[in-house]
Design a binder for this molecule. Sequence first.
Ligand SMILES: Cc1cc2nc3c(=O)[nH]c(=O)nc-3n(C[C@H](O)[C@H](O)[C@H](O)COP(=O)(O)OP(=O)(O)OC[C@H]3O[C@@H](n4cnc5c(N)ncnc54)[C@H](O)[C@@H]3O)c2cc1C
Length: 1004
Amino acid sequence: MDHAPFSLSPRRSQDRLPSPYRDEHAVLVDLIARLPASLSWPAAAAAAWPWVRAVREKPAPFWAMESLLRDYPISRPEGLALMRLAEALLRVPDAATAVALTADQLGRAHFDAPEFSHHKMISGLSSSIIALSKRFLPEAGGETGLFQRLGAQTVVAATTRAIQLMGRQFVLGRHIGEALHEARATRHSHPELRFSYDMLGEGARTEADARRYLASYADAIAHIARAARGGGPEAADGISIKLSALFPRYEDAHRARVGDTLLPRAWTLVQAAAQADMNLTIDAEECDRLELSLDVFEALAFRAAAEFPQWRGFGLAVQAYQTRARHVIDEVARIAHAHGQRFMVRLVKGAYWDGEIKRAQEMGVSAYPVYTHKHHTDISYLACAGALIDHADVIYPQFATHNAGTIAAIQAMARSRNAAYEMQRLHGMGEAIYREVLHGAGMPVRVYAPVGEHRDLLAYLVRRLLENGANSSFVHQLTDDSVTIDSLLASPLHPSPEGGLPLPVALYGWDGHRGRRNPAGADLAVAAERQRFELAATSTRMDTVPEAPVDTVHDTMTRLHAAFPSWNATPLAERAAVLRRAGDALEMRLPEFCGLLVREAHKTLGDCISEVREAIDFCRYYAEQAETTLASRTLPGPTGESNTLHLHGRGVFVCISPWNFPLAIFAGQVVAALVAGNTVAAKPAEQTPAVAARFVALLHEAGVPADALTLQHGPGHTTGAALVAHPLTAGVCFTGSTAVARTINRALAAKEGPIVPLIAETGGINAMVVDSTALPEQVVDAVVQSGFRSAGQRCSALRLLCVHEDIADGIIEMISGALHELSVGDPALLATDVGPVIDQEAHDAISRQVRRLENEARLIGRAKAPAGRFIAPVAFEVAKVADVQTEIFGPVLHVVRWSGEPDGVIAEINALGYGLTLGLQTRIDSRGLRLASLARIGNVYVNRNMIGAVVGVQPFGGEGLSGTGPKAGGPHYLPRFCAEQTVTINTAAAGGNAALLAGTAPDT
Ligand SMILES: Cc1cc2nc3c(=O)[nH]c(=O)nc-3n(C[C@H](O)[C@H](O)[C@H](O)COP(=O)(O)OP(=O)(O)OC[C@H]3O[C@@H](n4cnc5c(N)ncnc54)[C@H](O)[C@@H]3O)c2cc1C
């Protein structure tokens, strides 16, 4: 049957599911109320008790995950070292780096400690090898003799082999043929087993990756179909797929492309699985993809219903740790009813808990999308299991867990309803517990069986180690004899009134009254949140800000000078309170300011939210800092006198800010100067006065006196110059180019009168150094975000990528592929990754530089860009670091290959003279620290992107040609805006030291 191409339904104005960010306790109470009456925890625990005891008496095989975690818990350096080696060692192509990595990781662990003498880890990774390796391996960074090096390489080879062997325990085969063979062999002794094959590899970064994964899934389905024994999807082996593997931009923001590209790809797999009458499950991934994945699921289900009405094998995984899990199940049942289908639904607890927590904290959302107590996840799992069983007419439940208590509870619930279901476990895990559970039970069990080469296995393996190595994990505690069986099987059915973690708002110590509140952010994947911002991006009014003629500068300065004594005398607490009010007002008006930023500065919505939150943070952070660092303090001294240090404003501060952060940098400068007691002449960039004007109005509303702060909008070379040169200027705070900073410096030096301090934050040729232990996907994510986000128009943006020659080809190819996936266009659209550059002048200047590079360097790849003021993100390969002498303030990346010692690369980067941001990508921890200490650079980021410094977390600012310091958003910033005074009072002046003589002096 031929069908017209199908697509996703239009974006909904309302999500299918409730908000992911709801009160955890309230959600839990509701779930508990819905738990089936058939659930008796004491009965479940009693059923599970003998299983656990039997496993403890007859432990899992030595190669199982349980045994690995018992011998090497990840809470100990040895377990951590093992995990890190497993993650990185096998991909390192060069011997020298492999030696350094092994030395680094083994060097900090104590594998030769007595408690490891009994362990039975797989051959090759015995304690003696590891202990030996410590003797042979060079200390990280140290000199190595020939003998030692030979020894080291032998040890590294042995360790590599051991990691390979370890990895092999967790994949069923290197390719699907091998996996099917293994499955057949296993079934001889365990006929109840079915398999769901997982072709390893997730998160395609490029179209080439996606096509490769698609081909590998299609090939696997064909193989599984050929080997099938019939019996329908419940009895036959099936496949699990990850949608993120099929399309590099599987993100809510790229919904239209998901519909155009991913959907047809997924359909080819669904179609093949339906034709083979096997189970195809869509794995569950991150929370922000859940609504999108349900849309994809429904579109595929709808078509499957039309083309394969008899097929009952389509399904998806549901994560119980999500606070929306129960609703997902009802939604899946609704879809099934709507299209007359029956689905197979795998219930898991969830594999990305740590990542979800971090993302929520970073976004500043109102709650977590996942539960924050382990037993809450367990409650949710049971409630979801009950719901799946209730929907037995349209859902075949597949319960994936290794937790004995959970298994026993499910068995009881299912029995009471006479429901058909299966259990699932991961290959290499849970074997021992299922050995006991299955004892004569005749229950079907499906094994989730990863298939792939070592390289693809590692990320999977590390996730499993992390997830199951957590102290709260059942598998981890199962083999820990110090945990009694009763406590292992304790009832989870008591919701805790308090969350297990402070909410994202409390990230910086906010307790509801004191501390700094993390500014509220928004999740643009949630319809209700997204709409406010989309509306603001198109409807926010942008005021015209009249220029203040240069001849008004003198009046402005005179007025500000006159206002200084009174503002400076305003108590510190009151000035701080003004800043806090301003921060709160800005938080209330987040969408409005985002709309303004989109319209005036052409920033994408995500960037706008970050920027407004940074401005709020500056207000709150400097308020807090002012009260601690600027408060008067008593100094020690001899008896008979008091000594006090006071800090106060210097006078009129001139703040000159750039267009690339027209709110955050503008706000940061202005509120810092104000809270220190200065009055302020604020000159925004010519391109972005409207954002600045509205923030100044907000500050006045918050209580900054009208004559303590003036917006002086005008060109830099006239208005800016006049402000700097004015005799009443007591300080200048500038962010912008190094050239303009020099001009200001000279102008200040040429003035008569007091020497005026300059705080300057200037440009950078920011580099990222990547060694051969780095994970290429992580590197490319960091490169794309750091180099091209905000059209590369950030001071911190990556300009120069230095990649070890042994991995350079692969990384360069991936960067080229990732560039093709970027959407360049209207910043008001959610799907836009890169907007236009700020103005025509910038466009022309960057275009000239790109043309020069087209002649001088090798083009690596370029994104597509529409006509207009857009610069297509582009990357070029150059021969050496020294070839990059000027900062190109746009989405233009230089790449160089390096070899030898990374210290030399840092020396070359230092020699460029700039020192703003540096990225390091290495799994050799000691190398990361050493390179950071060698770099004369203000902000160093290891194994992540190098943009988006957070106030009070990564205080921002550089050295050398990159600025004078102190760092904005750091503890040393405010004092630079102050003058200092000590007051010494001779308390014995009246004729003698009465306090000393009376014995009441503090030092007697
Ligand atoms: C067959 C199979 C398929 C799978 N497919 C997927 C999939 O598609 N997507 C996916 O995400 N995972 C998937 N998983 C992984 C699964 O989520 C983990 O195996 C599971 O988390 C382990 O659960 P458990 O019941 O065995 O262990 P338990 O130890 O009982 O539970 C561990 C769970 O508790 C959560 N947890 C830990 N600490 C806390 C805390 N403080 N607050 C709240 N929760 C906490 C963990 O995140 C984890 O989800 C699959 C697992 C199996 C067996």
